[in-house]
Design a protein around this ligand. Structure first.
Ligand code: HEM
Length: 285
């Protein structure tokens, strides 16, 4: 196994700082998760598994995993990974969703018109509405492509010598994918700097699944994100429900900039907005 940390420490200061901040954050999260897992162990009932922590505890305690697989001491680490990897990414995606809705008020209205037509105003959008809301799906894919908010993937290292398109990559080389450049490659994406969800719609107005599948934000290969389907569903539901229930308006005193705060994920600079209720509220406060 190759240790990528010494390699990361060779980076210039700002990049090192990002990884240090990340380590500090991860330590804090780990403490929180350990306390939660301890509570789960106390209340554990093998006949009533309530969440992913219960399932994980059940799996390691039943001895389902192979001898070299996870043991009871790994539950806290695995849960920290899942929460650490899933929380910041999904909330960052939502910040971009909101910022881009503010930047494109006409598109916001079109998305609401699609929701009103498909869902109506007597119920909330559900996952079953997804195939009938192509513009909303296209908006989410374009947000992921355009923001490319995980611009480079987590560094890995080659376990053998590799030949790739005429390049020799020796064993033990640290490699990662530049997702931002894949998503802004002008040979693949016409006018890549333009935010245009309709690039994901075909002539019939349906979602072009091949095109959507070529957005790269969850990495590739064996260590590709395990949460991709879950997070796309979450993003769909959050965005659909927010837009169905509310309209979002920019603060005229603030310029709407696409400049980002740089870290492991690119985040929009802090911004404020006003929210107006559309229909009689269907969500119970
Ligand atoms: C929009 C949201 C998300 C984005 C953009 C995203 C992106 C990524 C990326 C780029 C990686 C690195 C893959 C690599 O090492 O090359 C990754 C790994 C991972 N993600 Fe996500 N992710 C998201 C949501 C989630 C969610 C919701 C979960 C869990 C519920 C999750 C769990 C993980 C885990 C556990 C890994 C490590 C996989 C491994 O090392 O084998 N992610 N993700």
């Amino acid at each position: 196994m190759v240790d990528v940390l010494p390699w990361l420490l060779r980076f210039p200061n700002p990049v090192r700082r990002v990884f240090r901040d990340f380590q500090a954050l991860n330590r804090e999260l780990h403490g929180f998760v350990c306390a939660k897992v301890a509570q789960h162990r106390q209340t554990f009932d093998p006949h009533a598994l309530h969440d992913v922590s219960d399932v994980m505890i059940a799996a390691v305690e039943r001895g389902d995993s192979p001898p070299e697989g996870l043991g009871p001491e790994d539950v806290e680490g695995a849960m920290t990974d899942i929460f650490g990897a899933g929380q910041d990414t999904t909330s960052t995606a939502l910040s971009w969703v909101l910022l881009l809705l503010l930047k494109h008020p006409r598109l916001q209205q079109d998305l609401q018109a699609e929701l009103d037509q498909v869902v109506g105003c007597s119920r909330l959008p559900t996952a079953e509405d997804r195939p009938h809301l192509p513009l909303l799906e296209a908006f989410i894919y374009e947000t992921l492509r355009y923001s490319s908010f995980v611009p480079i993937t987590i560094p890995h290292a080659t376990t053998d010598d590799v030949e790739l398109e005429g390049f020799h990559i020796p064993k033990g080389t640290v490699v990662f994918i530049n997702q931002w450049s894949v998503n802004h490659d002008s040979s693949k994406w016409p006018d890549p700097q333009r935010f245009d969800p309709t690039r994901f719609l075909d002539a019939q107005g349906c979602l072009d699944r091949d095109r959507a599948g070529s957005v790269m934000i969850f990495s590739a290969g064996q260590r590709r994100c395990i949460g991709d389907q879950l997070s796309k569903l979450q993003l769909f539901l959050f965005t659909a429900i927010l837009l169905h229930q509310c309209s979002f308006h920019a603060n005229p005193a603030e310029p709407l900039t696409m400049d980002c705060v740089h870290g492991l994920a690119l985040k929009p600079r802090p911004f404020t907005l006003s929210v107006r209720q559309r229909h009689p509220l269907l969500i119970q406060p």
